[in-house]
Design a protein around this ligand. Sequence first.
Ligand SMILES: *[C@@H]1O[C@H](CO)[C@@H](O)[C@H](O)[C@H]1NC(C)=O
Ligand SMILES: *[C@@H]1O[C@H](CO)[C@@H](O)[C@H](O)[C@H]1NC(C)=O
Ligand SMILES: *[C@@H]1O[C@H](CO)[C@@H](O)[C@H](O)[C@H]1NC(C)=O
Ligand SMILES: *[C@@H]1O[C@H](CO)[C@@H](O)[C@H](O)[C@H]1NC(C)=O
Length: 250
Amino acid sequence: MKFVGVFVATLLAGLVSAAPGTPFRRRRADSGHRLINRIDSANANITNVSYSSNWAGAVLVGTGYTSVTGTFTVPTPTTAGSGSAWVGIDGDTCGTAILQTGVDWTKSGSSVTYDAWYEWYPDYAYDFSGITISAGNSITVTVTATSKTGGTATIKNNTTGKSVSHTFSNEGSLGSLCEYNAEWIVEDFEEGNSLVSFADFGTVVFTGASATKSGASVGVTGASIIDIEQSKVLTSVTLNSASEVTITYV
Ligand SMILES: *[C@@H]1O[C@H](CO)[C@@H](O)[C@H](O)[C@H]1NC(C)=O
Ligand SMILES: *[C@@H]1O[C@H](CO)[C@@H](O)[C@H](O)[C@H]1NC(C)=O
Ligand SMILES: *[C@@H]1O[C@H](CO)[C@@H](O)[C@H](O)[C@H]1NC(C)=O
Ligand SMILES: *[C@@H]1O[C@H](CO)[C@@H](O)[C@H](O)[C@H]1NC(C)=O
């Protein structure tokens, strides 16, 4: 009985929160994409890398970051599990909000599925409609903050130029951005309060990686590197140039 009650309440809450006339947007079971439990392990003296249980990638830390973009080829996971590649503003040294967009992958048996999503953490991630992601697609992901409580998330098919976009406005009741971080990330994301099993995704290379800092375009030079360490280190991140970040499952 209790389960039925909870289910109905959840369903009603979902229906009520969908604005009239807008298609129902699927919610993830949890907040999804955020940095948790950064380890900063003692190995940091080797390459000045930080370790996290769920983020791998490059993070610029400073002030005035209002836009982040990068292009990557959608990977094919080779072991069962999930993962996500995305760009975002905040979530490292600012924890009140994250403006982010990217692609999740899940391999189950021989089937691999993808979702393109946008998120204003601490809200859930929502799936974009009108874009179908396949392995090998070249896609450009971009977030732009137009204020600390609003902005846009865009995913563009880099082959056709066609894009889908979501506009956030007045998100301050959820949490405001600080504009302290710009990041290019592969994540072991959360569903239902626990990390999903992290699939071997091979390699994700963000090309054309750039951010806007106080109105000027900047590259990834000087970014902090974060690798995922769980029972062992699972990723290797390198900055190949001012505009390229490689994240490899190891
Ligand atoms: C730190 O670097 C030194 C010299 O390269 C190395 O011998 C040592 O093992 C490193 N420390 C850790 C904890 O890895
Ligand atoms: C390591 O990173 C910190 C913070 O980004 C920086 O201050 C420090 O100079 C770096 N150390 C080395 C050895 O690169
Ligand atoms: C991008 O466009 C190409 C060429 O039309 C198409 O094959 C691919 O499925 C598209 N991918 C996405 C993510 O839109
Ligand atoms: C994406 O498209 C741009 C032009 O729109 C092109 O310059 C760039 O090389 C493309 N990137 C990839 C990875 O295909």
